[in-house]
Design a binder for this molecule. Structure first.
Ligand code: ADP
Length: 668
C-alpha cells in the first residue's frame, strides 16, 4: 500500500502564523481590555455626571420654591397687607394680591386669623371655607413655610375650578412600571409657600399662601433640561431629560413616549419606587425609562412634614454613549484589521525571506539527487539556515570528493581488469602457441624419427655409391665417352648426400652446445663463405649492426646453420639482384637481441606464408624444403622465436633470441 504523505504545511505559513498568532491575541486582548475600560470609564463618567446633574436640578427646583416664598413673604410682610387684612374687605385684599397674580401663581389665597378664606385670587366667589391644609395652620401659628405638598382634587377645585381639570392625569401602563390600581390621577403636587400676616403689634391676623401646580406643568422640567443639558440632542432626541413624579406617576416630564408625546402618566419601576419613595434614598444607576435606556438619578421630593410625596429625576440617554462605544469599537477593530494586514504583509515578506534559502536548499538537494555535483549554496546567512547551508555545502564537497575517489578506484580497477584480461589473452595466446608448437614438435619428432631412419638406411648405400663412383671416375680416362654420365652420378650422389645431411640435421638428436657467440662475426663469416654456393655479383649487402650487441649465449654451429639458411634463401629470392640487409639489435639489458635478414626479392605468396616452416615445403626445383623447418627447430631450442613479414617488395625474417635459454618445449 502506498504510504500517504502528511499534508503539506509550508514553513512560510508556519512562520506567518507563528508571528501573527501572538500579535492577534495581544491585539485582541488589548482591544477587549480597552473596550472594557472605555465602557466602564464612559459609563462611570456618564453616571457621575447624572449624579451632579441631579444636584443642579434640585437647585433649579429649590430656586422655584424660593421665588414663590419670596413673592408670598414680600406681600404678606408689607404694611399694606396688615391694613387690608385688618379691614377684611375683599376688594382691598384683591387689590393687595393683584401684583402677585401676574407672577403666574396657580393658587393665591388669603385667610383670616381663624383660617377662613377671605379671598381667592383664582376663585373669588369661593370664600368663607376653612382649607384643611398643614401649611395654613403653620402660617397662622406664626411660621412661614415653603415646600412641596399634595392637594386633593377637591382642594384644587376649591382653589380654582380649572385647577382640578389641569391636574388630572391618565395613568399609562408600561412594561417596567410597578403595578397600580386605578387609571386616573386627580391629586396635584404643588410648590407652595404660606406666610402669616401680622398687625402693627405683631399679632397674626391672617395668612397668605401661594402655590404653583406641578401636574402637567412642564416649565420647570424644561428649565432644568435647558439649564443642565443645554438642549443637546442625539439624532433629534433630547439627550438630557428631567421629570417630576407625584408618588410613582410622571406629572411633568420631557421624556418622550414612542408616540412623540411627553410621557406624562407613565410610572416608576417597583425597584426605584421602593428605593426612592419608601426608603427616601437616591437611586443612581442605569435604568430603562419609558422606552429607552438612560443613566438616571432619582431623589425623593419631601413634603412639608418630611414625607416623600414624589421624586425628582434627571437622566441622560445612553444611546450617544453606546454609539460612542461602537465608534471606538469600530476604530479599534479597524486598527486591529490594519495592523493585522500589515502584520500579514510583513510576516509574509519575512517568511519569504526566511524560506527562500530553504527552497534553494531543497532545489539544490533535488539536483544533487539527480546526479549534479559541486553545487554550492551562495552567501549562507548568519543563522541556523546558514548553518544548514554550510553543512549542505560541506556535504556536497565531501560527496564530490568521495565520488572522485570512487571513480579513480573504479578506473584503476578497470585498468587492472584490462591488464589482467590482456595478460590472460596473452597467456591464452601463448598457451595456444605452445599447444601448436607441441603439436608441431610431436609431428616433427615423428617425422624426424622416420627421416633419421630413412637417412641412416640411405646413408650406407649412398656412401658405397659415392665411393665406387669416385673409383670409377678415377679409372676412366678424361676423354672417355662415359665420363660425363659418371660425373652426373657423382653430382646427384652429392645432392643426395646433402639431402640426407639435411634430413639428419632435421632429425637431430643432440642437445645444444651453448657458448659465447659473436653474432656479427658469424654473419660476416657466412657472407664470406656463401659466395661458393650462390652468385653475389648483383647483390648489394647492407650491414646494420648494433654496436651495443656483444656476444650472446647459444650453440654457434646451429645458429650459423640458421643464419646461413636465411641468407641463402634471401640471395636465391633475388636472381635479378637486389639488396641483402643484415640488422642486429640489442633489446636492452637482460632483454635479448634480434637479428633481421631482409631482401628485396619478389616476396612470399600469402597462401605460402603459413607453410614455409613445414618440412619439405619448397617452391624451388632443387629445394629440399627443410631449411626453414630446421631453422625453426633450432631457434625454438634456444627459447627464441622466428618471424616473417613479406610483401611484393621483399621479405624480412627476424630471429629473436632471449637473454638466456628458457625451458625448451622441444623434445630432446
Ligand atoms: P628450400 O630453400 O630448400 O626450398 P626452405 O625451407 O629453406 O627450403 O624454404 C622453403 C621455401 O620458402 C622456399 O622454397 C621458398 O619458396 C620460400 N622462401 C624461403 N625464403 C625465402 C625468401 N627469402 N624469399 C622468398 N621465398 C623464400
Amino acid at each position: 500500500m502506498p504510504t500517504r504523505l502528511p499534508r503539506r504545511f509550508p514553513i512560510r505559513a508556519k512562520l506567518t502564523i507563528g508571528a501573527l498568532a501572538p500579535l492577534f491575541l495581544a491585539c485582541f486582548l488589548c482591544s477587549l481590555t480597552g473596550l472594557y475600560l472605555i465602557k466602564a470609564k464612559i459609563a462611570n463618567q456618564a453616571q457621575e455626571k447624572v449624579r451632579t446633574d441631579l444636584n443642579s436640578a434640585r437647585e433649579v427646583y429649590q430656586n422655584e420654591l424660593d421665588r414663590i416664598a419670596e413673592l408670598v413673604d414680600l406681600t404678606s410682610g408689607s404694611p399694606f397687607a396688615a391694613t387690608a387684612f385688618a379691614t377684611g374687605d375683599r376688594r382691598v385684599i384683591a387689590q393687595l394680591l393683584t401684583p402677585l397674580q401676574q407672577k403666574k401663581l396657580d393658587i393665591l389665597t388669603a385667610v383670616d386669623a381663624r383660617g377662613r378664606v377671605l379671598y381667592r385670587a383664582h376663585n373669588p366667589v369661593s370664600v368663607g371655607d376653612r382649607p384643611e391644609c398643614y401649611f395654613v395652620q403653620r402660617a397662622l401659628s406664626g411660621s412661614a413655610v415653603t415646600g412641596s405638598c399634595v392637594l386633593t382634587a377637591n382642594q384644587l377645585a376649591a382653589e380654582s375650578p380649572d385647577l382640578a381639570r389641569r391636574a388630572a392625569i391618565s395613568v399609562v401602563s408600561t412594561p417596567h412600571a410597578r403595578p397600580r390600581a386605578g387609571t386616573e390621577e386627580h391629586s396635584g403636587m404643588v410648590m407652595v409657600s404660606a406666610a402669616p400676616v401680622r398687625n402693627a403689634s405683631g399679632e397674626v391676623i391672617g395668612a397668605l399662601y401661594g402655590a404653583t401646580l406641578l401636574n402637567n406643568n412642564n416649565h420647570l422640567v424644561d428649565r432644568i433640561k435647558q439649564i443642565v443639558y443645554e438642549g443637546v440632542k442625539f439624532h433629534g432626541t433630547d439627550v438630557g431629560t428631567a421629570t417630576i413624579f407625584l408618588g410613582d406617576t410622571r406629572i411633568a416630564t420631557n421624556v418622550m413616549a414612542s408616540n412623540g408625546q411627553r410621557a406624562i402618566g407613565t410610572r416608576l419601576s417597583e425597584e426605584v419606587y421602593n428605593r426612592v419613595l419608601l426608603e427616601k434614598k437616591k437611586w443612581i444607576a442605569r435604568a430603562f425609562v419609558v422606552n429607552d435606556w438612560y443613566f438616571t438619578a432619582y431623589e425623593p421630593i419631601l413634603g412639608l412634614k418630611g414625607e416623600a410625596v414624589g421624586s425628582l429625576y434627571v437622566g441622560m440617554l445612553e444611546k450617544p454613549y453606546t454609539q460612542m462605544q461602537k465608534n471606538v469599537n469600530s476604530i479599534l477593530y479597524l486598527v486591529l484589521l490594519v495592523t493585522s494586514l500589515l502584520g500579514i504583509a510583513f510576516s509574509s515578506i519575512i517568511g519569504a525571506l526566511l524560506s527562500r534559502p530553504i527552497r534553494e536548499l531543497e532545489s539544490l538537494a533535488h539536483r544533487v539527487a539527480l546526479g549534479e555535483r559541486d553545487l554550492q549554496m551562495e552567501e549562507p546567512s548568519a543563522d541556523e539556515v546558514g548553518d544548514l547551508a554550510r553543512a549542505f555545502n560541506q556535504m556536497t564537497r565531501a560527496l564530490t570528493r568521495q565520488e572522485a575517489e570512487i571513480n579513480l578506484l573504479h578506473r584503476g580497477l578497470e585498468l587492472k581488469v584490462q591488464e589482467r584480461t590482456a595478460e590472460l589473452s596473452e597467456k591464452n595466446r601463448q598457451l595456444l602457441e605452445t599447444q601448436a608448437d607441441l603439436a608441431r614438435a610431436e609431428k616433427l619428432a615423428d617425422l624426424g624419427i622416420m627421416a633419421a631412419g630413412v637417412a641412416h638406411e640411405i646413408n650406407t648405400p649412398l656412401a658405397i655409391i659415392r665411393g665406387n663412383t669416385e673409383v670409377l671416375e678415377m679409372c676412366l680416362p678424361p676423354e672417355h665417352g662415359n665420363r660425363e654420365e659418371v660425373e652426373i652420378i657423382t653430382r646427384q650422389t652429392e645432392r643426395m648426400a646433402k639431402i640426407v645431411g639435411n634430413l639428419l640435421a632435421f632429425a637431430r638428436q643432440k642437445s645444444l652446445d651453448r657458448r659465447q657467440v659473436e653474432v656479427h662475426a658469424v654473419l660476416d663469416d657466412i657472407l664470406a663463405q656463401i659466395g661458393h654456393q650462390v652468385s653475389l655479383e648483383r647483390v648489394r649487402i647492407a650491414r646494420d649492426y648494433d654496436p651495443d650487441l656483444g656476444a650472446i649465449k647459444g650453440d654457434a654451429d646451429q645458429l650459423r646453420q640458421v643464419l646461413s639458411n636465411l641468407i641463402l634463401n634471401a640471395t636465391q629470392a633475388m636472381p635479378e639482384g637486389g639488396t641483402l640487409t643484415l640488422s642486429t639489435r640489442s633489446l636492452g639489458p637482460g632483454a635479448g637481441c634480434s637479428i633481421d635478414v631482409a631482401d628485396t626479392g619478389s616476396g612470399i605468396a600469402p597462401e605460402h606464408l603459413e607453410k614455409i616452416f613445414t618440412p619439405f615445403f619448397t617452391t624451388k626445383d632443387s629445394g629440399t624444403g627443410l631449411g626453414l623447418s630446421v631453422s625453426y627447430g633450432i631457434i625454438k631450442d634456444h627459447g627464441g622465436d622466428i618471424q616473417v613479414t613479406s610483401s611484393q617488395l621483399g621479405t624480412r625474417f627476424r630471429i629473436i633470441l632471449p637473454p638466456e635459454k628458457p625451458q625448451s618445449v622441444i623434445l630432446e
